[in-house]
Design a protein around this ligand. Structure first.
Ligand SMILES: *[C@@H]1O[C@H](CO)[C@@H](O)[C@H](O)[C@H]1NC(C)=O
Ligand SMILES: *[C@@H]1O[C@H](CO)[C@@H](O)[C@H](O)[C@H]1NC(C)=O
Ligand SMILES: *[C@@H]1O[C@H](CO)[C@@H](O)[C@H](O)[C@H]1NC(C)=O
Ligand SMILES: *[C@@H]1O[C@H](CO)[C@@H](O)[C@H](O)[C@H]1NC(C)=O
Ligand SMILES: *[C@@H]1O[C@H](CO)[C@@H](O)[C@H](O)[C@H]1NC(C)=O
Ligand SMILES: *[C@@H]1O[C@H](CO)[C@@H](O)[C@H](O)[C@H]1NC(C)=O
Ligand SMILES: *[C@@H]1O[C@H](CO)[C@@H](O)[C@H](O)[C@H]1NC(C)=O
Ligand SMILES: *[C@@H]1O[C@H](CO)[C@@H](O)[C@H](O)[C@H]1NC(C)=O
Length: 378
């Protein structure tokens, strides 16, 4: 007689025949070897948070006896835990704690589990009865996992390959087992971002906040932190997530420096150094202004050379997003020390010769007048 309860009663004979063929295929379910004709549909993966409620979207279908269901009058529904006899509606629940929607007639078995406990059983079978129809969805148990801590919210899109000037809509979304008390979402972007709880295609819910940002170089390396606070019985449970923005940008703050700075002497070595802030790293090109045109003289960050003449130098930093030119460095050759030495020597010699001539001349004048030496001694 137990077999009698397993399926929609009218289908018993058919199922007994079919069972011969399907016996091996359905051994994993609780249908006792008979081909099921009544199926509940719930999401494959449902995650519940202990202390919160869980709303499970649910619908059901038949392969037989549909007219019996429709004409059978008032419907009774219950979820029967797998530990009990799943073909007796009295073994199941439909109460304040496990509350099935009243839309059974519309084939809607959406259910709210109002206080999920981590010890709670996680496999239930849907049983529906009316005056003509009695069936358990023995091959499609409702299963869910109970977690003590919420999952981290998700930040989208992937913020790893962005470019400056690009406009992106950043979304932080959190799983929402209980749409009646959705999580509070906060982040370190705009504080007044609008929170929305949306229904997913499988009937579950997601809560999210969004902001549009136009990217610039200052966003590179910026951490976006988003936190979801779930109201649960006796407090809140929080989960946080963080992503770092990676933004490519054209060269900025391009500058050229020279070492040693100041005057250099002809024939000495100088080092020109180009710097720029950019992502990805730039290529550097050195140019020299020479008589109304620019000459490319070197590629690379540092350019070393031996000075031969005065000149104007600048560099250009470039990457795939653009280029930027540094200001011009003026290179002035110092007047040589040797040259100064010679000049001073000559000036010295000239002065020496001059004094000697003056001396001789005064000597001569003294011997003429006899007062020259006395004057020098004074
Ligand atoms: C299910 O919840 C509704 C309110 O959401 C309530 O009116 C109804 O009585 C509950 N059903 C049971 C069986 O407790
Ligand atoms: C089923 O019922 C629930 C609760 O009344 C409702 O939110 C949901 O939209 C219904 N689903 C369908 C598919 O009508
Ligand atoms: C972000 O931009 C999209 C269009 O790109 C627009 O539809 C949306 O309303 C904007 N959202 C906000 C929060 O400004
Ligand atoms: C839970 O969070 C709310 C804000 O969402 C806050 O007002 C309340 O004090 C928190 N409760 C506890 C017990 O931390
Ligand atoms: C870099 O350039 C920006 C303007 O593009 C300027 O505001 C900033 O001060 C510069 N930074 C440095 C370190 O020179
Ligand atoms: C020239 O370049 C080399 C390496 O590229 C470096 O070691 C040296 O200090 C630079 N400067 C001068 C003035 O030679
Ligand atoms: C070039 O200049 C930057 C700073 O402007 C400095 O950090 C770097 O060490 C210099 N490179 C060389 C090779 O002198
Ligand atoms: C810099 O960019 C301009 C166009 O944006 C291009 O014409 C020029 O050749 C570039 N210069 C270098 C050195 O890449």
């Amino acid at each position: 007689m137990k077999v009698y309860h397993t399926l929609s009663e009218n289908m018993l004979t058919v199922n007994m025949l079919l069972s011969v063929f399907f016996l091996s295929g359905v051994s994993a379910d609780r249908c006792g070897g008979f081909t099921p004709t009544f199926f509940s549909t719930t999401p494959k993966s449902i995650v519940a948070l202990s202390g919160s409620c869980l709303q499970v979207p649910c619908s059901f279908t038949f392969t037989k006896a549909e007219s019996d269901f429709d004409s059978g009058g008032q419907n009774f529904a219950a979820w029967i835990p797998s530990s009990r006899s799943i073909f007796y509606i009295s073994q199941g629940f439909n109460n304040d704690q496990i509350n099935i929607t009243r839309n059974i007639k519309q084939r809607n078995c959406t259910t709210v589990f109002s206080d999920i406990k981590s010890t709670q059983e996680t496999e239930y079978f849907l049983r529906i009865e009316n005056s003509k129809f009695k069936a358990t969805a023995c091959s499609t148990p409702l299963q869910f996992t109970v977690q003590d801590y919420p999952e981290k919210p998700r930040i989208e899109p992937d913020l790893k390959d962005l470019k400056e000037h690009q406009s992106v809509t950043v979304t932080c979304s959190a799983f929402t087992p209980c749409p009646h008390s959705p999580p509070e979402l906060t982040w370190n972007l705009q504080q007044d971002s609008l929170r929305q709880t949306e229904k997913n295609t499988d009937g579950t819910f997601t809560t999210k906040i969004q902001e549009n940002i136009t990217l610039s170089d200052t966003h590179d390396g910026y951490n976006i932190r988003c936190s979801a606070r779930y109201p649960v019985i006796g407090g809140n449970k929080t989960a946080e997530t963080e992503v770092t923005l990676s933004v490519s940008y054209a060269p900025r703050n391009t500058s050229a420096s020279i070492s040693p700075s100041g005057l250099v002497s002809a024939g000495s070595w100088v080092e020109l150094n180009c710097s720029s802030r950019t992502k990805p790293p730039p290529r550097f090109t050195w140019f020299k202004n020479s008589e109304h045109r620019e000459v490319k003289i070197s590629v690379g960050k540092v350019y070393n050379f031996s000075v031969t003449e005065n000149g104007e130098y600048y560099c250009v930093a470039s990457n795939n997003l653009g280029n930027q030119t540094s200001s011009v460095i003026l290179l002035n050759i110092e007047v040589s020390r040797v040259f100064i030495y010679f000049t001073m020597t000559i000036v010295g010699l000239v002065m020496l010769c001059g004094s000697v001539i003056i001396f001789e001349w005064t000597q001569k004048k003294q011997s003429d007048g006899g007062t020259g030496i006395m004057k020098i001694k004074m």
